[in-house]
Design a protein around this ligand. Structure first.
Ligand SMILES: Cc1cc2nc3c(=O)[nH]c(=O)nc-3n(C[C@H](O)[C@H](O)[C@H](O)COP(=O)(O)O)c2cc1C
Length: 648
């Protein structure tokens, strides 16, 4: 049997043939217009993924009743005939590349807010979502009829727009999921109480759609578990699966979690790859229709294995396809080792939660496909890149692909830069994958890599490049604190690289951004650690669920947190703190101090006197210390900027 043969085998569901078992699940991009129309950028985003070889693409949440049903400001709409033309453009662009096009029909119910919809949300019962905190208006029977009708109408619009199928979004705590769950549905009429009653609305919608549009593939995404107290548990989840099948669903997409247990819908790094698949397998055992399952499936081996073991019929690959739209194509063409890996940082969902367009930390193209939709040719350029961290490597790869002659120098004896230590704290192991990927790509390219070489003037004169790219990163900022210069300060690099073994010490980490917190967690294994942060909250620079888990682990592991404090003076082991604005001074004793108070960009060398250097770029942390997303974006932009310049 050929490698990945089962994953690559076609399957026909209700007359719709998928070329393989890989499905891109619905993932909101925030890229529709403010009126909910399909935009050219959105089409390009989906076309890129369809051309990447997936069997099917499930287009993100499309609202069946705007504005009340919207979960975000720039959500797609499918509630009026005027949206059909744009949606048709979208389905055509997916199908043109051989993927089947399904659109997800969605109503937010209570999981939205008046800030988005301009009105109170609708819900089965008067219980507010703890995260959105908007008191919902309870749907009466007329209201329920309208919801039913809205979903059916939306399915008709989807069919007219040429989609192969629709997926009812009855998962993740949105309106249909709210009806299904005892957590949010406390009604005592025909739509509440027993499992059958709670499933009544969705089963009515299914039979209406099937009656009207028998040839349209009808999938249902539902929660097999809610992961909240008094929510859906597996036994009832399985009962619901049977009811959905009996009502006429063609395909079950098995998910879990609601906003209040959001990491069980969109997982954080603490979840194991494929953790949900055994729940999907239980659904598969009780129904005869096919299933889609997934969650943290990043490796083709695992995707193939879950199909081979009969745990699911199709597998969804979500964030991994944001990171690499060619995931399926590379898998089936012996290039699985060339897949750009997702690092589960959840930058993608963080963007959506902040009402921004989708982005991916490791794939600068994601959500910007339109910007990079052109071939560039840089064969006339010789480029010297100084610094082999993520920004330098990404710049080298894009320049090389465009035909430039690239020399990449790195002072260390290996590539990787900060990624080499960023992957050391607990649960940061996925960073290793992007580091290895970039290095592997560099060694598959024509880039002339010179390790252990400083990028000084002599080197620049020797290489004589047309373009110099500075990507030498940044160094720690030491805060101005009286006595710090004589204190026992250790750097983040010394700690994380393992160059310095620190054990059985009392350590103060100054600065409670995500870096400070991660270093604190790393050190706490063998030491007693305190974090001091000026602001009132820690790690505010990362995605909410990942942050909450990090804070929880710090708490459980006994890291002491001093919030709203400033370190004013250090005297040997004694550190004086000032509780902000209150002038309350406290002294505590520590053996060692780590400063996680930010970075300062490294210096660059002036090359303005060198006539052959036509352009200089400063990128990544060397331009503005920030994060891997910025580093990779900066790196990629060098090639595109150069191609657009008058020098080309
Ligand atoms: C940015 C983003 C947006 C999402 N939007 C949706 C959505 O519109 N509908 C939905 O059912 N699930 C949505 N999800 C959940 C995904 O479909 C998927 O279940 C989840 O990302 C876990 O799978 P993965 O580990 O393969 O990414 C979203 C996830 C992400 C990361």
């Amino acid at each position: 049997m050929k490698k990945y043969e089962l994953l690559n085998s076609p399957i026909t569901i209700n007359g719709v043939e998928f070329r393989n078992r890989i499905i891109m699940p619905a993932m909101g991009t925030g890229m529709a217009s403010i009126n909910g129309e399909v935009t050219p950028n959105l089409i390009k985003y989906y076309a890129d993924r369809a051309s990447g070889g997936a069997g099917g693409i499930i287009v993100e949440i499309a609202c069946v009743d705007a504005p009340v049903g919207k979960a975000s400001l720039t959500q797609l709409r499918i509630d009026k005939p005027e949206y059909i033309a744009g949606l048709k453009e979208l389905s055509e662009n997916i199908q043109a590349y051989g993927a089947k096009a399904i659109v997800q029909l969605h109503h937010a119910g209570r999981q939205t807010s008046p800030g988005i919809t301009g009105q109170a949300p609708l819900a089965p019962s008067p219980i507010a979502c703890r995260l959105m905190r908007a008191e919902p208006e309870v749907l009466d029977i007329e209201g329920i009829k309208k919801v039913r009708n809205d979903f059916v109408k939306a399915a008709m619009f989807a069919s007219k727009a040429g989609f192969d199928g629709v997926e009812l979004h009855a998962a993740h705590g949105y309106l249909l999921s709210q009806f299904l769950s005892p957590y949010s549905n406390r009604r005592n009429d025909d739509y509440g109480g027993s499992t059958e009653n709670r499933a009544r609305l969705i089963t009515e919608i299914i039979s209406d759609i099937k009656g009207l549009l028998p040839e349209l593939l009808l999938a249902v995404r539902f929660n097999v578990m809610d992961f909240v107290k008094d929510g859906l548990e597996i036994d009832e989840g399985l009962e619901i699966a049977k009811l959905l099948e009996a009502a006429g669903a063609d395909l079950l997409d098995v998910s879990s979690g609601i906003y209040e247990s959001g990491q069980t819908s969109i997982e954080t790094p603490s979840f194991n790859p494929g953790w949900r698949i055994d729940l999907v397998a239980q659904v598969k055992e009780v129904v005869d229709i096919p299933t889609i399952g997934g969650g943290v499936i990043r490796e083709p081996e695992l995707a193939n294995e879950v199909i081979a073991l009969g745990k699911t019929d199709l597998v969804w690959v979500g964030r991994a396809m944001l990171a690499d739209p060619q995931w399926a194509c590379k898998t089936f063409n012996n290039r699985a080792d060339r897949i750009r890996p997702c690092i589960t940082c959840n930058t993608c969902i963080n963007q959506i939660n902040n009402a921004l367009h989708i982005r991916c930390a490791v794939n600068p193209r994601a959500g910007r496909e339109y910007l990079f939709d052109r071939n560039i040719n840089l064969i006339n350029f010789k480029v010297l890149i100084i610094g082999g961290g993520p920004a330098g490597m990404e710049a080298a790869l894009n320049l090389d692909r465009a035909g430039a002659r690239v020399v990449l120098v790195e002072a260390q004896d290996k590539l990787g830069g900060l990624l080499d230590i960023a992957d050391k704290p607990p649960l940061k192991h996925d960073i290793t994958k992007i580091k290895d990927y970039l290095i592997n790509e560099i060694y598959h390219s024509m880039v002339d890599v010179r390790l252990g070489q400083f990028g000084d003037l002599a080197l620049i004169e020797e290489v004589a490049p047309d373009v110099v790219v500075w990507a030498t990163g940044a160094r720690d900022i030491l805060p101005e604190i009286k006595g710090l210069e004589t204190a026992d300060v250790i750097s983040i690099k010394e700690v994380l690289s393992g160059d310095l073994k620190v054990e059985n010490k009392e350590i103060l980490v100054i600065g409670g951004g995500s870096t400070g917190c991660e270093v604190a967690e790393f050190l706490q294994k063998n030491n007693l650690v305190t974090i001091a942060e000026k602001e009132k909250a820690l790690a505010v620079d990362i995605e909410t669920m990942t942050r909450l888990e990090l804070l929880q682990r710090l708490k459980i592991n006994g890291v002491t947190r001093l919030l709203g404090v400033e370190v004013v003076e250090i005297n040997n082991r004694q550190v004086m703190f000032n509780k902000f604005q209150e002038n309350q001074y406290t002294n505590l004793e520590f053996d060692k101090i780590v400063c996680a108070t930010g970075y300062y960009r490294n210096d660059i060398i002036d090359t303005s006197h060198l006539d052959f250097v036509k352009r200089v770029y400063v990128i990544g942390d060397n331009r503005r210390p920030k994060n891997i997303m910025q580093a990779l974006y900066d790196g990629m932009m060098v090639a595109y900027d150069l191609a657009a310049s008058c020098l080309n």
